[in-house]
Design a protein around this ligand. Structure first.
Ligand code: B4P
Length: 196
């Protein structure tokens, strides 16, 4: 199995690059943002709870997202590996993910962290808000709150994986293709090294 975390602030291109990476490496894509948005669209109790947090630019409580990831791991036993997109976003989520993968005799191989300046993040999310219909992209104050939440609770998640020397930084500005090629180069290197 090969398990990868695509990491970075809101709007850094995690969703964009994930689509291309899963096509190339045949990994199962687990995006907590997408899972939460499907729950909201289906008007489930979980979705209604999550919406209140997402609309403010806050993170959804840990137990909600960890439960979703646990279900998704149990449902996908026969896969080449997982691409985690937007998860883990807190230290608690990172610890729980390690435990869940450990129970399945696997672990995270690499965290690839996209680096993008704050001005560029805000520009991208405002632009996406013009067409995405996502309520968390349409208001600049909410976008700024999401970036602040990232610095407060999420950025330090990289330290958790850095202790095991599993973090590689990638410049997240440039064309989608340039960034994709840089990500593939790192993935190919690690897969060769880890023999997977
Ligand atoms: P997510 O759905 O994870 O989304 P995101 O952080 O907004 O964006 P991403 O980085 O995927 O950006 P994208 O590629 O689309 O989170 C949404 C919310 O869900 C969170 O705020 C939180 O409330 C909740 N949530 C999710 N996971 C959670 C968790 N684990 N715990 C708690 N809460 C959680 O790119 C953005 C835009 O940039 C796109 O329009 C794209 O076209 C553009 N773009 C991409 N690459 C570009 C490039 N190279 N150049 C120019 N533009 C580019």
């Amino acid at each position: 199995m090969f398990n990868l975390i695509l990491f970075g602030p809101p709007g850094s291109g995690k969703g964009t690059q994930s689509e291309k990476l899963i096509a190339k490496y045949h990994l199962k894509h687990l995006s907590t943002g997408d899972l939460l948005r499907s729950e909201i669209a289906a008007k489930t109790a979980l979705g209604l709870e999550a919406k209140q947090f997402m609309d403010k630019g806050s993170l959804v409580p840990d137990h909600v997202v960890i439960g979703m990831i646990n279900d998704a791991l149990d449902k996908n036993t026969d896969v080449a590996g997982f691409l985690f997109d937007g998860f883990p976003r807190t230290a608690v989520q990172a610890e729980e993910l390690d435990k869940l993968l450990n129970e399945k005799n696997t672990c995270i191989d690499i965290m690839l962290a996209l680096e993008v300046s704050e001005d560029e993040l805000i520009k991208r999310l405002i632009k996406r808000g013009e067409t995405s219909g996502r309520s968390d992209d349409t208001n600049e104050q909410i976008i700024i709150a999401r970036i602040a939440e990232y610095h407060k609770k999420t950025a330090s998640v990289a330290d958790h994986y850095q202790k095991e020397k599993k973090v590689m930084m990638i410049k997240g500005e440039g064309s989608v293709e340039e960034i994709f090629n840089a990500l593939c180069e790192k993935i190919d290197f690690i897969r060769k090294q880890n023999n997977c």
